[in-house]
Design a protein around this ligand. Structure first.
Ligand SMILES: [Mg+2]
Length: 377
């Protein structure tokens, strides 16, 4: 099978509500939809969800980088040669940054592989070690009363895990976490993510100590991304595990983080690693160091989320996962992928990971056409 063409559509996927965190405020999700065509008629899809504050990618840099560099480098190649293709991006194109662009295109290659073999992506990366993923919902910097109301609604839907964005003034963080704990009840699981917002180590320690009484499971990215010594300082002084997200993009940062003793968990996102192959390498480094991984996401549509979920059900070391669904409260107004769903198991909402070939997602072309945007500057 040979790749004959690569296309990128630039979309903005409108949210039901703006999503505000320490490092950004978004009313719509940037989405580069990558379509790879082959001489056998099979078409693979990938999604880049650029997050400037993580990797420097934007909606338009992804389109330019794939259009000018990465796309032409794969035309004529076999999508099964993903290791050689990624090595070419690194050692022949000398690609710097642009992980979201790499991830979007690489994802489409795995989608093609799965479709060619008639197997879901999870079967290509080790097979499934778990059956479904406990659904998670993420809350941004809303007013505590709003969070409480949304949490009660989510509980009625069976959602049992709440990820709360913190990294604001510590008393505001505490008010939000307290409101969610009160509304969610004692059994619900709560995690917090500061997105570097506490910045320095001593502020982070004080903030986490305020939140520990509310039964938080772990705290994510308490300090700025490039300060592993600060992360270690925090880790040694609080009781809850520390997860690093922004600090770890690919395998090199993973090695640095575990070598520094800076974390108990690494958050793996394809938009940071530059694709599935590097995500597997990050996981291998973490697992060898006794560090677990959480498969996160950047708020992709069902297409990009499915890639993360397929990886999550396969990796035994992925003990946590941000398995959130775009259809949930405050999610996407109009998803571009069809194929993800949830079901209740013992009262708990579980995301069912599709077992259709590749990512297991069908692209809704009408939804794509309705949300396409053109360059503003
Ligand atoms: Mg995070």
């Amino acid at each position: 099978m040979k790749i004959t063409a690569v296309h990128v559509d630039t979309l903005e996927l409108e949210y039901e509500e703006p999503f505000v965190i320490a490092s950004s405020a978004l009313a719509a999700g940037p989405c580069d939809l990558v379509r790879v065509e082959t001489d056998e008629g099979l078409v693979g899809y990938g999604e880049a969800c650029p997050a400037y504050e993580f990797t420097g990618d934007t909606l338009w840099t992804v389109q330019d980088v794939i259009g000018e560099y990465l796309g032409p480098s794969v035309v004529g190649k076999d999508p099964f040669d993903v290791e050689a293709i990624v090595r070419c991006w690194e050692r022949e194109l000398f690609t710097v940054g642009n992980q979201a662009a790499q991830a979007g295109l690489e994802m489409a290659l795995w989608d093609l592989q799965g479709k060619a073999l008639g197997r879901p992506l999870s079967d290509l990366v080790g097979g499934r070690t778990r059956d479904g993923l406990t659904e998670v919902i993420a809350w941004g910097w809303d007013e505590p009363e709003e969070l409480a109301a949304k949490t009660r609604t989510a509980r009625e839907l069976g959602i049992s895990v709440f990820k709360i964005k913190v990294g604001d003034a510590p008393e505001r963080d505490e008010q939000r976490v307290a409101a969610v704990r009160d509304a969610a009840g004692p059994v619900a699981r709560i995690t917090v993510d500061a997105n570097q917002g506490w910045w320095d180590a001593k502020t982070a320690v004080a903030a986490i100590k305020r939140l520990e009484p509310y039964g938080i499971e772990f705290a994510e990215q308490p300090v700025r991304m490039d300060d592993l010594a600060a992360a270690r300082f925090v880790r040694e002084r609080v009781d809850v595990p520390i997860a690093l997200d922004e600090s770890v993009r690919g395998p090199r940062e993973a090695l640095a983080a575990v070598s520094a003793g800076a974390c108990d968990m690494i958050v793996v996102k394809l938009m940071k690693t530059g694709g599935i192959l590097n995500a597997l390498k990050v996981n291998a480094i973490a697992e060898a160091a006794g560090v677990t991984v959480m498969i996160g996401n950047m708020g992709e549509s069902s297409l990009g989320l499915a890639a993360h979920f397929q990886l999550n059900v396969a990796l035994a070391n992925a003990v946590h996962g941000d398995a959130d669904l775009p259809s949930r409260p405050a999610g996407l107004k109009r998803d571009i992928g069809v194929g993800l769903r949830s079901e209740r198991r013992d009262g708990v909402s579980v995301v069912v990971v599709p077992d259709a070939p590749g990512l297991g997602i069908t692209v809704d072309q009408d939804a794509v056409d309705a949300q396409r945007v053109s360059r503003r500057w």
